[in-house]
Design a protein around this ligand. Sequence first.
Ligand code: FEO
Length: 395
Amino acid sequence: MGRKITDSVTWVGKIDWELKKFHGEDYSTHRGSSYNSYLIKDEKTALIDTVWAPFAEEFVEDLKKVIDLAEIDYVIANHGEIDHSGGLVALMREIPNTPIYCTENAIKSLKGQFHEDWNFVTVKTGDTLSLGKKTLTFVEAPMLHWPDSMFEYLDGDAILFSNDAFGQHYATELLYNDLVDQAELYQEAIKYYANILTPFSRLVVRKIEEVLSFNLPLNMICPSHGVIWRKDPVQIVENYMKWANNYQEDQVTIVYDTMWEGTRKMAEAIAEGIGRASNGTPVKLYNAGKIDKNDIVTEIFKSKAVLFGSPTVNKGILAPLSGMLHEVKGLAFKNKKAAVFGTYGWSGESIDVLGKMVEEAGFEIIQPGLKKLWSPDDLSLNDCREFGKAFASKL
Ligand code: FEO
């Protein structure tokens, strides 16, 4: 138990290999996750964050193998969400008078969840905590991603403890960014940004610019999930700046749902048309009823344009697509072009309903929707190809 990161910092978190869903059922974690807690031993000792509540007792027992809990002088709670604060109840039962350093908002979130009157010490940006030879400097990071979020910087070791920011839901025993599969790491980092941080992109840019303006040396970024960025830690900061700035790649995504395969056939014919008309732009198709929601959100985030398709059902659209658009609206993606399509048998409202939802979700509709009666025949599928070609020509 405990993995030494520097002479003074030890990782004391929990790797959760079994986690497949996070935030209830809202976020898929195909590669598990970790809850990173860090122990800093200098003349004084500080513990940064804890772990998710189900692992609280295990965390405290393991921590006892690394340090006599009575030697912990300060607990630092960077964020009140229970994947990081869930171990506090078990920990504070053992060391009830130890001060907990956190933001004013974190006192609200911690008291609101645990109903305990712990010895809270409020900190603001620029406040410092001397540990002896080394000092922690706090930086409030509201809305990255909760109003209570906070980072701190440890001088000497030049480590930024960034809590959720720069994290990934990625279980690994390897601990560091340079040791893991780079494609897996990138995929989990961008998925995390797309699904959790996109609505706060303006604040991400502002906070990064603020931290960079301090001109501090940076050896490592230690987030609260996934790997520690020790090799070229600025790479994830640069990626965040890219992702926060109306990010798009040369990609078109088609998200559809289908009852009796008609809308699927339309989607595939449209993809064919886009493929023929564009110069190497990848087109990816996802059935919203079958494919993981968070993976589709990530692909939408990466796309410059998205087509949405649904047949008409009960004068509207199919529920999985409706849920997807509700999610996407909340994430407030910017700078993405769109069009809609779908089959119908009787009344045919789906493309109007869908078009309105897509616009409300912030997309720019660049051509009228395409609807086809019953199962599309060869003529209809040719129209779909032409629809795809026309769409591609407008990108
Ligand atoms: Fe916002 Fe990892 O908790």
